[in-house]
Design a protein around this ligand. Structure first.
Ligand code: TUI
Length: 314
């Protein structure tokens, strides 16, 4: 049995969060993860307050446990979504792609645990000062919008910089990764890519198939020129983007290529124009399992790896 301070902070049995992934993390997946003992997180993506309210309420009908919501801070609806999260009293709110300082007091007053994703120790410190309960140190091995640092150097530098609990994210796909994250000082982990293959994950079958077929070298980072690098699977879309990115194409045209591409992948299974976000551990995801099977397997592996580790001591 493994318990950390994060379990008490969030009212969960296992210190595992399911990342809030746009067009992937809905109420059904989130409730399944919470029911399995982790923390399920609904992605607010770029949807409005009414959508987020409906999803939180739907999740409440599917689980009696804690519900998390992820706010993508570049969303045009960020203000109304922030208010809905406070009104609906989501137990946990995570944020990505920006600095959530302006909303921390609103959420804290409503009783939410506030846990921002940080790509650096400097932002982690700022979040602690702003009142965050914990931070998620997300390395560039993860899928989606990424920072500069990899998980291995990021996590210990963040844990040294703050005294609140730290979750590690990016490049973690099984119990070996979770045990390694604990060794780096983390009190928990956030996984995204592994949950793409959850039975309760409602993405298009083509998306699941691409993840199951992926190898260690199947992802690519695009978007650096525009200042928002995104890791996704190598597909006709991302290869085309990578080819065009450093030609004389205008920033506007490049930006236009990205619009709607996440939805085209997750909802439509569009083989030409979909952006299939996944992290570097995609090659480790080889079968569809229920959220409960994923979490139980990962925690059993973690325990085994930690027990075996004493054999290194002579
Ligand atoms: O946010 C993510 N992953 C995402 S968001 C997303 S939607 C999107 N699509 C295209 C372009 C941009 C976003 C797809 N995947 N992960 C959490 C994360 N947050 N990664 C990096 C950051 C981050 C970056 C800078 C957090 C804070 C930050 O702060 C800068 C500042 O304001 O100081």
């Amino acid at each position: 049995m493994i318990r950390t301070s994060l379990c008490d902070l969030c009212g969960i049995r296992y210190p595992i969060f399911q990342g809030g992934m746009a067009h992937v993390s809905d109420a059904r997946l989130a409730a399944a993860v919470t029911n399995a003992g982790g923390l399920g997180i609904i992605s607010a993506m770029s949807r409005d307050g009414a959508y987020v309210r409906e999803q939180i309420r739907l999740a409440r009908t599917l689980t009696a446990g804690p519900v998390g919501v992820n706010v993508m801070l570049m969303s045009p609806y960020v203000g109304e979504v922030a208010a809905v999260i406070a009104e609906e009293k989501a137990e946990v709110v995570t944020t990505g792609a920006g600095d959530p300082s302006a909303y921390v007091n609103l959420w804290k007053t409503a009783g939410c645990r506030v846990i921002p994703v940080v790509p650096s120790a400097a932002l982690a410190k700022r979040m602690e000062r702003a009142g965050a309960d914990s931070v998620i140190a997300e390395g560039g091995e993860s899928g989606g919008h990424i920072g500069e640092l990899a998980t291995m150097p990021l996590v210990p530098q963040v844990t040294d910089a703050v005294s609140i609990p730290v979750l590690a994210a990016g490049g973690i796909g099984d119990g070996r990764g979770v045990a390694a994250a604990f060794m780096l000082g983390a009190s928990g982990v956030q996984l995204g890519t592994r949950f793409l293959a959850a039975e309760e994950c409602g993405i298009h079958p083509h998306y699941k198939e691409l993840v199951l077929k992926a190898s260690d070298t199947s992802t690519i980072v695009t978007g650096r020129r525009l200042g928002h690098p995104v890791r996704s699977l190598k597909t006709p879309y991302s290869r085309n983007y990578a080819k065009l990115e450093y030609t004389d194409i205008s920033a506007e045209e490049l930006e236009a290529l990205g619009v709607g591409s996440l939805r085209k992948a997750a909802v439509d299974g569009d083989e030409k124009e979909g952006c299939y976000i996944a992290g570097q551990i995609a090659g480790m995801v080889n079968r569809v399992q229920t959220a409960a099977e994923i979490i139980e397997e990962i925690m059993a592996e973690t325990e085994q790896v930690l027990r075996n580790a004493v054999n290194f001591l002579v």
